[in-house]
Design a protein around this ligand. Structure first.
Ligand code: SAM
Ligand code: SF4
Length: 334
């Protein structure tokens, strides 16, 4: 038997600091919300920071804070500062819906957060309200502006594209990015996890379709959409392809149609201390139990290394397995 290609070292950790959220996006959460972990089940900031520290010997250099909605957890600025101060962590980023960002952007930047992704699925306030079930488009957009003003760079907008829900806006969004050059706009294929399973397979707009449609819209305006091979994320953190369009940059993320498992360099930690080797598998390793039972740093690093060894060679998300219904992005953090 010949060995497969060597897996890249894990260098990137997504840390979901809360399972709570101030929105109820239709593809992510039911209107009534989901059963939340108790406060005692959620790791303290000190515990989360310790797990991150224990991941550094494995190669983790880049940390992204996510949720739920990370900005609803009190004390996030001080926590961000403590993560940025961990020796070996040289890149700290945040994924947020942006609604609370306006008041926090400057402090987060000072605390050491370098870059931010803001999730925004529509430029139309009424549609934004239908998708998020919250009337907060203006707040989210003010958050984007505040992030730019605070010097968070780059600021990326993440749009999950859902056929019939918002796919008629992708050309407008891309052209907005092309005109401004201040934002990188990224389009993401819908994954059939949690609530998104209710949409059915036709809701998926593939990355190839997105690129084709954007190229056609660009050509109608005398612009070219050209692939930008320099556009990889720092530390190779993402399955994104990047393009230049006018003065702007566009990204397309294809978890469904382009396998990226063999190059996946990420681990995910949930707020209740579970490590997920892969977004699409129900496998999770409990760190909270050992951590609270007195495990040493070396033991926690060993458990994290075990999680890395369990990363699969490929995912089977297109099979729409029933257990994917239990995989909630609001818990795992995207
Ligand atoms: N609340 C924050 C936010 O919305 O940015 C952070 C957590 S959210 C789970 C992280 C990302 O996952 C968001 O960009 C969201 O749009 C994306 N997401 C949630 N469910 C998804 C799905 N079924 N397919 C693709 N992306 C999804
Ligand atoms: Fe909340 Fe983010 Fe899920 Fe929307 S996508 S419900 S903002 S966790």
């Amino acid at each position: 038997m010949t060995a497969g290609p060597a897996r890249p070292q894990v260098s990137y950790m997504r840390v979901s600091i809360t399972d709570r959220c101030n929105q109820r996006c239709v593809y992510c959460m039911p209107p009534e919300g989901v059963a939340l972990k108790t406060h005692t089940a959620i790791l303290s900031y000190e515990e989360l920071a310790r797990v991150i520290r224990c991941a550094v010997p494995l190669g983790v250099r880049s940390v992204r804070l996510t949720g739920g909605e990370p900005l609803v957890r009190r004390g996030i600025v001080d926590f961000a500062a403590s993560v940025a101060a961990i020796p070996g962590v040289d890149d700290l980023a945040l994924t947020t819906n942006g609604v609370l960002l306006a008041d926090l952007a400057r402090d987060l930047r000072r605390a050491g957060v370098r870059r931010v992704n803001v999730s925004l699925d529509s430029l139309r306030p009424d549609r934004y309200r239908r998708i998020t079930r919250r009337d907060a488009f203006a707040a989210a957009w003010t958050g984007v502006e505040a992030a730019l003003a605070a010097g968070l760079a780059p600021v990326k907008i993440n749009t999950v594209v859902v056929r019939g829900l918002n796919d008629d806006e992708i050309e407008e969004m891309a052209l907005a990015a092309a005109a401004g050059a201040r934002l990188i706009w990224r389009f993401i294929e819908l994954m059939p996890l949690g609530e998104a399973r209710g949409f059915g397979p036709d809701a998926l707009v593939t990355a190839d379709e997105i690129v084709g449609r954007l190229a056609a819209a660009a050509a109608r305006r005398g612009l070219a959409l050209t692939e930008d091979t320099q556009g990889q994320e720092p530390l190779g953190a993402g399955p994104a392809r990047y393009f230049r369009l006018g003065a702007g940059r566009i990204g397309v993320i294809s978890p469904m149609t382009h396998g990226f498992c063999s190059t996946c360099n990420r681990l995910r930690l949930t707020s209740d201390g579970r490590v997920h080797p892969c977004l699409t598998s129900s496998l999770e390793i409990d760190l909270a139990g050992p951590l609270r039972a007195g495990a040493s740093d070396a033991e926690l690093t060993r458990l994290l290394a075990w999680a890395v060894s369990l990363k699969p060679e490929a995912h089977r998300m297109r099979e729409r397995r029933p257990e994917l219904a239990e995989r909630r992005m609001s818990r795992i953090g995207g």
